[in-house]
Design a protein. Structure first.
Length: 502
């Protein structure tokens, strides 16, 4: 038996971070028979300048086995250069919508038009569990609103029945066989069908192995549903770590290697002063904080939180482009100013074909292939970034007294001591090497046509407080622009002299 009702709510306008609409009431005086469905449809309107979140309360009675939600909204024609309508969706259960998200039950952004939750199962992006009685909230996120506003329709269907049993999630192990202390290749920014990706976890695992990766991190947008989706896909050759891409309106950041099941809320802006609370939450969960694609042009992607509390920064995101060049320049500026530094990372941010998993990849020196060792290597900057597993690299600095330092390390030597920088490269035909210090690009060299070669350069700590390496492809024909070619590999720096020497 089915029952359907249609309700119409008034407009929601801006002025606050969030608003709550009038509740949708499903309560009944007498229990309904198992299997009976009851549906409510709500229609409303959002004006330009709508708040970041609009909550639709749903009064769920006792005896509900499953809740299903679908939605639609209008997409009017708008002039070129004008934002159209885009409306995200998620849900919170009877525990409420308050930060830090105890009631969170799922988020799909704009990737799905419908979802369902029961004790036994849930749509990817959502968390299985009992549908308890109380006030649930459908969360609408007006990402952009056209000048004429946004008309929406939300349909909620409750199915009666027993509570069911929720299966215990199976999370990935914390270590794989590995090769002892070695350089391990990983991609720490990946999406599947559990957010806005189109690949399944099985697809991503296969692509990671094909790319020669040793580890990956699952980083779905604003949900942890993917943490339990990798059973049977890890192995001695592939470590899978848990994480999240925290997708705020003031930039995105990665929570890398957190304890499985750790949810990091995203419903705040820089002006709210909440960011530090969540960096601490990530650190308590054993993870790293990594601002992602800080110079991306998408709405809400520009990074506004600053770098306090971060452990690394994503300098290279997907195929090298102008946004990565900006990110590299910003990171290099932080490094040159010497007010503390953040290791650089590179990740594919792959969502679907033809996105290439492992383009780029972060290569980490770790004591073993385990969560603690990989995260320690990233945090310390013992890493470099490559466009693929075909690129090999070794980078170090030595002095005449036998001192030696590798990537992310410091060679402590007097200011006037002669030191030799050495870079060994393979896999970059016709590549161009650039050695960069706090004084800028100090040495360039061309690799042979076969793509393998060694470049050395002598300097002193007085002339270079640090040195890092870039390996680029030849610059395209661009007249007199002077722009360098696309990146093939980039290292974190080696520091020279005593700490504090400039």
């Amino acid at each position: 038996m089915k029952r359907r009702d249609v309700l119409r709510f008034g407009a929601a306008t801006g002025g606050t971070t969030a608003i709550t609409l009038a509740p949708v009431d499903f309560a009944q005086a007498a229990p309904a028979p198992p299997g009976e469905e009851e549906t409510r449809t709500v229609r409303g309107h959002l004006d330009p300048g709508a708040p970041d979140f609009v909550y639709l309360p749903v009064e769920v009675p006792r005896g509900v086995r499953r809740i299903a939600v679908s939605y639609a909204y209008d997409r009017p024609e708008v002039p070129d250069g004008t934002q159209g309508n885009a409306l995200d969706i998620g849900i919170f259960d009877e525990r409420g919508t308050a930060l830090p998200g105890a009631g969170f039950r799922g988020w799909s952004g704009g990737a799905r038009t419908e979802f369902a939750i029961s004790a036994e199962e849930a749509t990817p992006g959502y968390l299985a569990g009992p549908v308890n009685a109380g006030t649930w909230h459908v969360a609408l996120g007006p990402y952009t609103v056209a000048p004429q506003g946004l008309d929406y329709e939300v349909t909620v269907t409750l199915t009666r029945g027993g509570p069911g049993r929720t299966p215990r999630p199976v999370h990935p192990p914390q270590r794989a066989a590995g090769r002892g202390r070695a350089w391990y290749r990983g991609d720490c920014h990946l999406h599947t069908v559990h957010s806005d990706g189109r690949r399944t976890p099985a697809d991503v695992a296969a692509a990671a192995r094909a790319a020669g990766l040793d580890f990956i991190v699952t980083t779905e947008h604003n949900t942890t549903s993917g943490h339990g989706a990798w059973q049977g896909l890890w192995g001695d050759d592939l470590l899978v770590l848990c994480g999240e891409e925290v997708t705020t309106r003031n930039g995105h950041f990665l929570a890398l290697g957190t304890d499985p099941g750790t949810f990091i809320d995203w419903r705040y802006r820089a002006r709210d002063g909440a960011y530090a609370q969540y960096t601490r939450r990530i650190h308590r969960a054993g993870g790293l904080v990594v601002p992602a694609h800080a110079h991306a042009a998408c709405i809400g992607c520009s990074w506004k939180f600053g770098f306090t509390g971060a452990d690394a920064v994503e300098v290279w995101n997907g195929p090298w482009n102008a946004e990565d060049e900006l990110a590299l320049a910003g990171w290099d500026s932080l490094l040159r100013h010497g007010d503390g530094w953040l290791p650089a990372m590179g990740n594919s941010d792959a969502h679907r074909e033809p996105d290439v998993v492992g383009l780029p990849q972060t290569v980490v020196l770790a004591d073993d292939l385990s969560r603690p060792a990989i995260l320690a290597g990233i945090r310390s900057g013992r890493s470099w970034v490559a466009e693929s597993a075909a690129v090999g690299l070794a980078f170090s600095v030595t002095d005449e007294r036998g001192g030696h330092a590798g990537i992310g390390e410091r060679l402590r030597a007097p200011q006037d001591r002669r030191v030799t920088v050495r870079l060994d490269v393979s896999g970059v035909p016709e590549g161009v090497v650039r050695l960069v210090t706090d004084q800028g690009v100090r040495h360039t060299a061309a690799l042979p046509g076969g793509g393998s070669g060694t470049v050395t350069w002598d300097t002193t700590p007085a002339n270079a407080s640090h040195v890092r390496a870039e390996v680029r492809h030849p610059a395209p024909e661009q007249g007199e622009s002077g722009l360098p070619g696309p990146m093939a590999a980039i290292t974190n720096p080696v520091f020279l002299g005593a700490a504090g020497d400039r």
